[in-house]
Write a protein that binds this ligand. Structure first.
Ligand code: BG6
Length: 516
């Protein structure tokens, strides 16, 4: 796929100091098969990501896309739907030539996922593409369906002998959620690994594809000044926030079954915690990085029934005011049962019981319909041991705080104490700031662009390994069960607010939640 002449290009992979010296495998010729090809994720994220990869010349010479979904439709109709989705959701205005070239290689297979004939027809489409290319083509099967279909599709791929292919690589990309309990995750892993080898499997957590999340590692391990401070001797607490101003929109069917703990904490937020707490990997390879993350998860004690009221808080949004308008409460949203006890806010206090972190609280919180959208990690250092200034001068001295803002206004800021100009020694906090937007003028690729190419390339560094996903569930599972046993009513917080008062119960004396 060539980039149309004269189009501006951006650097697809900003140079990563950790990857320096590591050879990036080229993307081999591939057929990408998306199950759930007419779903929301495909339209909003996957197709626009593929277009932008095509635009950057980052797709292989031979690239084909096959959409699989239930409804009957002609290849041509599916192509028009793809075009419409790309025009609506791409981060760039599409170039007609690039788009046309991409869509020429798109086909559609209709049928229900448990119907064996779907896989026979799919195999024929794959073989035809290959015969036309005159060489074996790698195959990547992307499961972007409701999770109930994951085992069905995997089994059918196995029975149809599509899980392996002579002379080429076959890969399986699995969307979240990977199970809804620890038992389900284990069972799904068992079924996946009965057909595929772990090296073929790419479990998606789209946070890992975000530039700013990868930058946490660059920031920690490419700068010598932080490592000596990065431990319990200097760090007082860590606070990780993923707040959203939006409600659940049209996703009631999924969300009411999931809730905030499963939707964001079990996956994205525990991954952020791992990036903060992990030991430096020996090299930036999939196994080394994932080994270190698993060690962090294993060092977090599994909550007991007695711990849970002390370390976990949940709540639900009530009607309020957000984005300049009055908005309904969660149980008044379309599709949500009036007596739903699903949490839209969850906060945990976790500990990482190892040599580096023992005794440092990791506060983690997420909520829908709070004051604004912000994802950040705030690392608060211990206060200075002694103030040499007069009592009056000491007013306003606060511990140093390092804040990594993942979105929006991506950047890093460090809170320092500085003297206010004047004749007296009065200190107040000031911020030293680095902003992505001004330091790098190029637009960051979307997470899915990076993840799709990495999966096609066979690089699993930014994907969750089987033991890692189970280790994440090990922490959340007891809370999921405890909350299910004591259904409610849940504490409420007003839409557009800072979240529930109850979240303060988790904090040590003197700690406070940062303003959202
Ligand atoms: C998804 C959740 O995984 O992540 C959504 O299902 C959530 O509920 C989204 O809104 C947040 O992602 P981002 O990239 O907007 O932070």
């Amino acid at each position: 796929m060539a980039v149309a002449a004269g189009l501006p290009t951006v650097q697809v992979e900003p140079e990563n100091p950790l990857a320096a010296g590591l050879e990036r495998q080229p993307v081999a010729p591939t057929i990408l098969v998306i199950f759930g090809a007419t779903g929301d994720l495909t339209r909003r994220k996957l197709l626009p990501a593929l277009y932008n990869l095509a635009h950057d010349g980052a797709l292989p010479g031979h690239f084909h896309l096959v959409g699989v979904a239930r409804r009957e439709k002609a290849h041509e109709d599916f192509r028009s739907e793809c075009e419409q989705a790309i025009r609506q959701f791409s981060r760039r205005t599409p170039d007609d030539d690039v788009l046309k070239a991409l869509l020429e290689h798109v086909k559609y297979v209709a049928g229900t996922f448990d119907d064996h004939s779907v896989y026979t027809r799919l195999a024929k489409v794959l073989d035809d593409f290959e015969a036309h290319a005159g060489e074996p083509l790698n195959r990547a099967f992307y499961l972007s369906t409701a999770p109930a279909f994951f085992p069905v599709i995997i089994e059918q791929l196995g029975q149809s002998e599509l899980a392996h292919h002579e002379g080429a690589e076959v890969r399986l990309i699995v969307e979240k959620p990977f199970g809804t309990t620890l038992d389900e995750a284990r069972e799904l892993n068992r079924r996946v690994l009965a057909i595929f080898d772990e090296s073929q499997v790419f479990r998606i957590d789209h946070y890992l594809g975000k530039e700013t999340v990868q930058n946490i590692m660059a920031f920690r391990f490419a700068n010598g000044m932080f490592e000596p401070l990065w431990n319990r001797n200097y760090i007082d607490s860590v606070q990780i926030t993923a707040a959203e101003d939006l409600g659940i929109g049209t996703r009631a069917g999924y969300y009411d079954q999931a809730g905030a703990l499963r939707d964001l904490i079990q996956n994205h937020m525990l991954q952020l915690l791992c990036h903060v707490a992990m030991e430096p990997p020996v090299s930036f390879t999939a196994e080394e990085v994932r080994n270190e993350k698993v060690k962090v998860l294993q060092a977090i004690p599994q909550p007991t029934a007695a711990d849970i009221p002390e370390m976990a808080v949940r709540a639900q949004y009530a009607a309020g005011h957000a984005g300049g308008e009055d908005v309904p409460g969660y149980t008044e949203e379309d599709g949500v049962p009036a007596d739903s006890t699903t949490e839209t806010y969850a906060a945990l206090r976790l500990e990482v019981d190892n040599w580096r972190w023992a005794g440092v609280p990791f506060y983690v919180r997420t909520g829908k319909r709070v004051a604004r959208k912000i994802t950040e990690i705030a690392i608060t250092l211990k206060p200075v041991p002694h103030l040499a200034f007069s009592q009056q001068g000491s007013l306003g001295v606060q511990p140093n705080q390092l804040v990594l803002t993942l979105q929006p206004n991506e950047g890093v800021s460090l809170r320092l104490g500085a003297k206010i100009p004047g004749t007296r020694m009065i200190i107040r906090p000031v911020k030293m700031e680095f902003l992505y937007g001004t330091a790098f003028l190029s637009q960051s690729p979307e997470a899915y662009e990076r993840l799709i190419t990495d999966a096609m390339r066979g690089d699993a560094t930014l994907f969750t390994r089987n033991d890692e996903v189970e280790a994440q569930w090990r922490i959340c599972d007891p809370i999921v069960h405890a909350w299910a046993r004591t259904p409610g009513p849940l504490p409420q917080y007003e839409a557009g607010s800072q979240g529930p008062e109850d979240a303060n119960q988790l904090l040590r004396e003197g700690d406070h939640w940062r303003a959202i």
